[in-house]
Design a protein around this ligand. Structure first.
Ligand code: NDP
Length: 238
């Protein structure tokens, strides 16, 4: 049985990934930061391993990764999904807010990947899927730090794909468009309607659609794909 570690798995896109892999027979471990109740309920329902861990804490990430290997013996797939958004003018952004976005969205993928890769090298294969954003592809006004972190994830994905391909480890990214999760709570109904209207496929996306893309990239159907960014955005960015 294969094992996946998913970050940010208690809610939203990460939760949809947890459900997708668990229902397809994988051992699932997932990291969350503060959603204790949601994490426990999900873990109990799906027999998954919940790990409370702040992904901006390098030592805590090492411990979290070790606990997955202790429990399941391996990590075949790492899904770097956890993230936060920040909306505001760049000139008004504090040092702390900037660091928080970059550390949560980008540095965390470094911490998790650095810890997981040695196990994958020992196994002789593995897959990493990183969750970027369409704003990492195009940039978004009033989301400069977020866009920079997500563009960073794309560069990270491409470089790491080249570095690990000779070791039979594939690294890809998914770049979602607007997806109905808590992350969109700051938008009004009118804003959400106008995003849906601007989307060629005419709707806000579902978390399950991103989980489907991650599942595809994780599997043998994608065995010759590495360093790729899969846009899942209803045509918003083509
Ligand atoms: P949610 O806000 O619904 O969930 C975010 C998850 O990340 C939560 O489980 C949260 O943990 C976890 N998390 C945040 N910070 C940390 C941290 N420091 N340590 C550990 N876990 C942390 O977001 P989405 O599901 O919408 O987003 C998932 C990914 O998809 C993000 O990377 C986001 O940028 C990206 N994305 C989302 C889009 C959207 O429209 N929704 C569009 C494009 C990209 P906890 O539950 O404990 O708070």
């Amino acid at each position: 049985m294969k094992t996946v570690l998913i970050t940010g798995g208690a809610r939203g896109i990460g939760k949809a990934c947890v459900e997708k892999f668990a229902s397809n027979g994988w051992n699932v471990a997932f990291i969350y930061k503060s959603s204790d109740l949601k994490a426990q309920e999900l873990a109990t329902k799906l027999n998954a391993l919940p790990i409370k861990c702040d992904l901006t804490d390098s030592d805590a990430v090492k411990t979290a990764v070790s606990s997955v290997v202790d429990k399941f013996g391996a990590i075949d797939l790492l899904v770097n999904n956890a993230g936060i958004s920040y909306t505001g003018l760049l000139q008004e952004m504090s040092d702390n807010d900037w660091a928080s976005v970059i550390n949560t969205n980008l540095t965390s993928a470094f911490y998790t990947s650095r810890s997981v890769i040695p196990y994958m090298l020992r196994q002789g294969d593995g897959v990493i899927v990183n969750v970027s954003s369409m704003w990492g592809v195009t940039g978004a006004s009033c989301e400069v730090a977020y866009s920079a972190s997500k563009a960073g994830i794309i560069g990270f994905t491409k470089a790491l794909a080249k570095e690990l391909a000779p070791s039979h480890i594939r690294v890809n990214a998914v770049a979602p468009g607007a997806i109905a999760t808590d992350m969109l709570n700051e938008y009004s109904e009118a804003d959400l309607k106008s995003i849906a209207d601007e989307t060629p496929l005419g709707t806000i996306g579902k978390a399950e659609s991103i989980a489907d893309a991650v599942y595809f990239l994780a599997g043998d159907s994608a065995q010759f794909i590495t360093g790729e960014v899969l846009n899942v955005n209803g045509g918003f960015v083509i």
